[in-house]
Design a protein around this ligand. Structure first.
Ligand SMILES: Cc1cc2nc3c(=O)[nH]c(=O)nc-3n(C[C@H](O)[C@H](O)[C@H](O)COP(=O)(O)OP(=O)(O)OC[C@H]3O[C@@H](n4cnc5c(N)ncnc54)[C@H](O)[C@@H]3O)c2cc1C
Length: 367
């Protein structure tokens, strides 16, 4: 396979809201720096391209607009900047000594080597699996994967759906499945309460879908594809506490959380730490989004699971910090304003966990 060497000052891995904002703000603050984005998908926008609902969050980060509309806005301003070049269908494979990043371009059928001064890893997160017999049957999906099938490819994953998880993702994807013509038989939630916004839960309930709190999926069965989902009540120790119910379903969606996609950071030797409030292992980073390796920064869900508004602001901070380090400009006022805005967003009820996690991380030593 041919190898192409690409020159840039800042390389951004991942073209979701964090990566796009990192590119935009770095280029705006330090004109002339060359910025490259590598994105393994054939579209920019990350999770936003499949979100058809109006976003919660902060007005400055376009709350009230639908996810895919926010993606369009972010893409548009990145595309308009001649200092930013975009490599779609290009996966970052590894970050090596001397800051070298190796990528594979599916679009061009070649390997690409970048030697940037700074790399910002904004690779997002992956969906969690739930352990129960039959979880590998065809018909069992991550809720985000089902949403991609529906909203990006126009394919309905199934007709009769059970959703596991009543956080925002479980509630929103259930609603969108119904909009697309599927029947949602029930939403199952292990905790005694609903984790997502009550406005989403109320909408689902009005459509006649039961939300069974303190319940779990015991097993999924079927000859070659999913046919039945067995569900049972559980006590506070997650032990079965009553008789099970069986749903005849061809689809079971798992909306049981996300884990930061940190493989590149681990491989590159960044100091890692397990912080449960951030979703698992994350790279140690400071409030400028700098990791223990001075040339590598992080932003968005890869640095701790949160939401699009915080991903955009972390992207902005990482972009500015990288630009400052390379250009010699003093961007400290702008960085500090973005940090304050981020702290403001995290003051809301849903930011509490992230605040706790980021505080824990800051208290750990860098080595
Ligand atoms: C169903 C659902 C509903 C949501 N609703 C809301 C909401 O209402 N409001 C809100 O604020 N947030 C919401 N979110 C959360 C929000 O979408 C995410 O927090 C946000 O997209 C995270 O941004 P990111 O840039 O960190 O990651 P992502 O959006 O996941 O982007 C990461 C990008 O990196 C790319 N990538 C990964 N690895 C590589 C690699 N090795 N090489 C190249 N590219 C790579 C991926 O393809 C992806 O495009 C929702 C999420 C879901 C799933």
């Amino acid at each position: 396979m041919a190898l192409k060497i690409n020159k840039c000052d800042i390389l951004i891995i991942g073209g979701g809201p964090a990566g796009l904002e990192a590119a935009y703000h770095a280029a705006k603050a330090a004109p002339g720096l060359k910025i490259s984005i590598v994105e393994e998908n054939f579209l920019l926008g990350g999770q936003l391209i499949k979100q058809t609902h109006s976003f919660f969050g902060s007005k400055n980060q376009f709350a009230g607009k639908r996810g895919f509309e926010i993606a369009e806005l972010l893409m548009d301003r990145v595309r308009k900047n001649p200092d930013i070049d975009i490599h779609l269908q290009t996966s970052a494979l590894g970050c090596y000594e001397g800051g070298i990043v190796a990528c594979e371009s599916m679009a061009e059928g070649c390997l690409k080597e970048f030697q940037p001064g700074r790399t910002i890893v904004a690779a997002g997160a992956r969906e969690n699996m739930a352990p129960f017999p039959g979880n590998d049957l065809p018909g069992v999906f991550g809720a985000g994967a089902a949403q991609t099938l529906m909203n990006v490819y126009g394919v309905l994953p199934g007709r009769k759906v059970v959703m596991l998880g009543a956080g925002n993702i479980g509630l929103i994807v259930s609603y969108q499945l119904m909009q697309a013509g599927a029947e949602v038989l029930a939403i199952i939630e292990g905790l005694p309460m609903i984790g997502g916004y009550h406005v989403h839960a109320a909408k689902i309930r009005r459509m006649g879908v039961p939300i069974l709190a303190s319940h779990t999926v015991v097993r999924a069965t079927g000859k070659s594809t999913l046919e039945e989902v067995e569900v049972a009540p559980i006590d506070k120790n997650w032990k079965i506490a009553g008789e099970s119910t069986v749903f005849q379903a061809d689809t079971l969606c798992l909306a049981v959380g996300l884990t930061p996609g940190t493989e590149l950071l681990e491989q590159s030797g960044c100091r890692m730490a397990f912080v449960k409030e951030l979703g698992g292992h994350v790279a140690w980073h400071n409030d400028r989004m700098e990791t223990s390796r001075p040339e590598i920064l992080v932003a968005g869900d890869v640095s701790g699971i949160e939401e699009a508004s915080t991903a955009m602001l972390e992207g902005k901070i990482a972009g500015l910090a990288a630009a400052e380090g390379l250009s010699g400009l003093d961007l400290s006022d702008e960085i500090s304003r973005a940090q304050q805005e981020l702290a403001g967003i995290r003051k809301g009820p849903y930011g509490e966990k992230a605040c706790l996690g980021k505080d824990k991380l800051c208290k750990l030593s860098v080595r």
